[in-house]
Design a protein around this ligand. Structure first.
Ligand code: GRF
Length: 203
């Protein structure tokens, strides 16, 4: 399977997938890492490993639809089976999402459906949550609302700041996202009629 990963910054989730793919011998390759930001640190990391990289700068496109068309062209150039959003901080148009229906996956740093959108850790602390976490889901046109593939929970500690909580969730993300992507690579995921995801037991 051919995997394209979209990032906007550090790219630590992208790194966790590249490393798991190599270490676990997935029947897959990360064929490209693309960013909407030219200075995304993850691009240099990927390039050093010989992975194709590219930039589709959202600032060069006045309309969201134009940016998404350029992004789709860049993605399609790598003929991906799976497109992964990993800290990709642009909202995508319905057209883009539908183009990759069933093969577009995102990780979000909250226990969805709680806290879609930004500032998840601050909002979890403000709400007095005792658990926080991360969710991997298929992307649908509604932001952070697609069918859930896997979730991981971490405790909220009394002295937590958004930054401390984010760091604890990120450790969980780096286990969770590769696990979920591997299920997709192994064709172990099924979308049920009620819009939920089931995972084959022995995957
Ligand atoms: C992660 O917490 C991800 O869930 C969120 O933004 C962060 C990106 O981190 N959407 P990285 O770029 O993968 O290091």
């Amino acid at each position: 399977k051919r995997i394209v990963i979209l990032i906007s910054g550090r790219g630590s989730n992208m790194q966790s997938i590249v490393e798991a793919c190599a270490a676990e011998g997935w029947a897959a390759d990360v064929v490209a890492v693309l960013s909407n930001k030219p200075d995304a640190a993850g691009l240099a990391w990927a390039a050093e490993r010989g992975i194709a990289t590219g930039v589709v700068d959202h600032r060069a496109h006045a309309e969201r639809a134009d940016f998404d068309a350029a992004l789709a062209a860049a993605v399609d150039a790598h003929a991906p089976d799976l497109v992964l959003l990993a800290g990709f901080m642009r909202v995508l148009t319905d057209g883009f999402v539908q183009r990759y229906a069933g093969r577009l996956i995102n990780i979000h740093p909250s226990l969805l459906p709680a806290f879609p959108g930004l500032h998840t850790h601050r909002r979890a602390l403000e709400a007095g949550c005792h658990l926080a976490g991360a969710s991997v889901h298929f992307v649908t046109p509604t932001l952070d609302h697609g069918p859930l593939i896997a979730q991981a929970a971490v405790p909220v500690m009394p002295e937590d700041t958004p930054e401390r909580l984010a760091a604890r969730v990120l450790v969980a993300e780096h286990r969770l996202y590769p696990m979920a992507v591997r299920w997709a690579v192994d064709d172990a995921l099924t979308l049920t009629d009620d819009g939920h995801v089931t995972q084959r037991e022995n995957a």
